[in-house]
Ligand binder design. Structure first.
Ligand code: MG
Length: 256
C-alpha cells in the first residue's frame, strides 16, 4: 500500500470512529407519546400530536389486538377492569382516557402520523400470552401499517421474542428492537434485529459494555425510561442512539 492509500484509509477509520463514538447525535423518543402536558394522556392521540409538534424522533405507543381483530392502544393488559385482548372494540370504545379521548386505534394514530414525515411511530407490540397469539398480533399490526403506506415511519419494539421473530420473518428490513434485555448484542445481530432497546439498569449496571458492543456490530441502541438529568448525561456520554423518556423537554434542553 502506498503512503497516500495508508493516509486515506487512516482518515476513513478516524472519521468512522468519530461518527461511531465521538459525536452526540442522540435522538429523543417520547415514551407513550408526549403526554406530560395539560390536556393530554399516555397513549392518546393528543400525546402523539404533542410529540410531532415538539419534533421528537419518535413517539412510542403500546398496542394490543382485540378479540375482534382491532389494534388498539393501551399500556396495561386491562383498562378500567376490561381485558383488552378479550374485549371487542365496541366494548373498549365506550371507555375514556384521563383527557376524555377514547382509547385510540392504531389506525387513528396512523391518520395523525401521516400528516407529517418526521416523527416516527415506535410501535411496541405487547405480549399476547401464547406463541400463536403473538404471531397473530404481529401480522395484524404489520397489515395495518403496510395498508396505510407509512411503513417507513415505523420502528417496531417488543418484549416478546416470538413477536420480534415474526416481524423479522415477515420482512428482514423491518426495524425491530428487542426490549427484554436477555439477549446479548451478538445474539441480536445473529437473529436479524435492527437494534437493542433495553432498560437503563440493564445497560448501566448489568451490561455496561453492551452499548459499545452493539454499535460495533452495527445495531442501533435505545434505552428506557430515562427521566433524570444524571441518567440522561450518562447515556449521552455513552453515545446511545435513542433515549426514551417521559420528559422530552428536559432531554432537549440538555442536547442543546
Ligand atoms: Mg411501551
Amino acid at each position: 500500500m502506498n503512503t497516500k492509500k495508508v493516509f486515506l484509509s487512516t482518515l476513513l477509520l478516524m472519521l468512522f470512529a468519530i461518527s461511531s463514538y465521538g459525536s452526540v447525535n442522540t435522538q429523543i423518543i417520547a415514551h407513550r407519546g408526549f403526554w406530560d402536558k395539560l390536556g393530554s394522556a399516555q397513549n392518546s392521540v393528543s400525546s402523539l400530536r404533542n410529540a410531532i409538534d415538539f419534533g421528537a424522533y419518535g413517539s412510542e405507543l403500546d398496542v394490543h389486538l382485540t378479540r375482534d381483530g382491532y389494534v388498539v392502544l393501551n399500556h396495561d393488559d386491562k383498562y378500567q377492569g376490561v381485558n383488552i385482548q378479550e374485549a371487542t372494540y365496541a366494548e373498549l370504545s365506550a371507555l375514556r382516557l384521563a383527557n376524555g379521548e377514547p382509547l385510540p386505534t392504531l389506525q387513528q394514530y396512523i391518520e395523525v402520523a401521516k400528516t407529517q414525515n418526521r416523527t416516527k411511530l415506535i410501535v411496541e407490540i405487547k405480549s399476547h400470552h401464547s406463541p400463536e397469539a403473538d404471531v397473530r398480533v404481529a401480522n395484524a399490526v404489520v397489515n395495518v401499517i403496510n395498508d396505510s403506506g407509512i411503513a417507513d415511519l415505523v420502528d417496531y419494539i417488543s418484549f416478546s421474542a416470538d413477536i420480534c421473530k415474526e416481524l423479522i420473518k415477515l420482512n428482514p428490513q423491518h426495524r425491530v428492537g428487542y426490549l427484554n434485555g436477555d439477549k446479548s448484542p451478538q445474539e441480536l445481530k445473529a437473529e436479524g434485529y435492527w437494534g437493542l432497546d433495553y432498560n437503563k439498569g440493564t445497560l448501566h449496571d448489568d451490561h455496561p459494555t453492551w452499548i459499545k458492543e452493539a454499535k460495533e456490530l452495527g445495531l442501533t441502541t435505545n434505552v428506557w425510561t430515562v427521566n433524570s438529568l444524571e441518567e440522561m448525561q450518562y447515556f449521552l456520554q455513552q453515545g446511545v442512539d435513542y433515549i426514551t423518556t417521559d420528559h422530552p423537554e428536559l432531554l432537549k434542553g440538555l442536547l442543546n
